[in-house]
Ligand binder design. Structure first.
Ligand code: AKG
Ligand code: FE2
Length: 321
């Protein structure tokens, strides 16, 4: 069972680090999201995906930037193709909002008119982008304490609001099984996330994490506080894994088709925030009594170089199919 950590408590740092070190995935409460705010974001997501196919395709992701729309099978998260059928690409649609400035919350990209020309929807999107940023900063602050970093400000200094980074808010829609080829087994292939931290709201089961050599289902939890939305899933990405020499490791995960009847007839929606540091941040171990200083032979990458490599493989930017 994944742990539930209350990030509104200033004392949660050690508990957060211990949960992250054990499993790479955890739940957070005390995030401050109300149920209606989450509803509002999923409503906006449905509006985006309900646009006609041709309209969505006008906002397609280019082959250089991680912003815009991807149609089904366009992305392959399991680039090693370990799962049956994953070579075909993932049966999911996404809208990625990136090139973010967290002072305004406005993505620097072409936006569908239902957002770009609708002030109310634009404000909603900007509000959530800023809120996700604030929650991720709270988590990083607690991690810096729990990790006993020699420079307690190191993380904070690399995640300033106006820094150019790979951070992105991503809306996802997974079609129902009857819209797909019956041999399709995965919804999102096995992968680790490329950033520092990932925050997730999910609306249907299906997420699984790889632990002790087996796939374990991540449940959806009810909130224990009627004023606050359900606990969010948080996971450690590759960059925190580099900075901590794998003390906090990025855990492999995937999305499968759940067996319950509701999941057979309703599409699955999820909302993900990928939190990345400034592009030029070097991915090397930080100084802490908990982190081994051992340097690997691997050439140190910057956050941007690591992200580019991963995106190029997943979106076939490198010419692979
Ligand atoms: O949709 C989900 O629950 C997870 C999506 C995911 O793992 C990702 O986009 O990296
Ligand atoms: Fe992921």
């Amino acid at each position: 069972m994944l742990e539930i950590i209350d990030i509104s408590l200033a004392t949660s740092g050690p508990e957060l680090v211990s949960a992250a070190a054990d499993q790479g995935f955890l739940f957070i409460k005390g995030h401050g999201y109300t149920p209606s705010e989450v509803e509002e974001l999923f409503r906006l997501s449905e509006e985006c995906f309900n646009l006609p196919h041709d309209t969505k395709m006008k906002y397609s992701l280019s082959d250089t930037e991680n912003v815009g729309y991807t149609s089904i099978y366009a992305e392959t998260l399991d680039t090693k193709n370990d799962d049956v059928g994953s070579a075909k690409g993932d049966p999911k649609e996404t809208f990625n909002f990136g090139q973010l400035d967290f002072l305004t919350g406005i993505p620097n990209q072409r936006l569908p008119d239902i957002i770009g020309k609708d002030k109310s929807n634009l404000n909603i999107l900007a509000y959530h982008i800023k809120k996700m940023y604030d929650i991720s900063q709270k988590i990083l602050e607690l991690l810096a304490i729990g990790l006993q970093l020699e420079d307690p400000h190191w993380l904070k200094e690399r995640f300033k609001q106006d820094m150019v980074s790979g951070s992105a808010l991503r809306l996802l829609k997974y079609p129902t099984p009857d819209e797909l080829d019956p041999t399709t087994e995965v919804r999102a292939g096995a992968h680790t996330d490329y950033g520092a931290l990932t925050l997730l709201f999910q609306r249907q089961p299906g997420l699984e994490i790889f632990q002790k050599n087996q796939w374990v289902k991540v449940p959806s939890l009810e909130s224990s506080n009627p004023e606050e939305a359900s606990p969010m899933v948080v996971n450690i990405g590759d960059q925190l894994s580099y900075w901590t020499n794998k003390y906090l490791a990025s855990t492999m995960h995937r999305v499968r088709f759940p067996e319950d009847a509701e999941s057979q007839t309703n599409a699955r929606y999820s909302i993900v925030f990928f939190c990345h540091p400034a592009d030029n941040t070097v991915l090397e171990p930080l100084q802490s009594p908990l982190i081994s200083a051992e340097k690997s032979e691997e050439k140190r990458l910057t956050a941007k170089q690591h992200l580019r490599r991963k995106l190029a493989a997943a979106y076939h930017w490198d010419g692979t199919s």
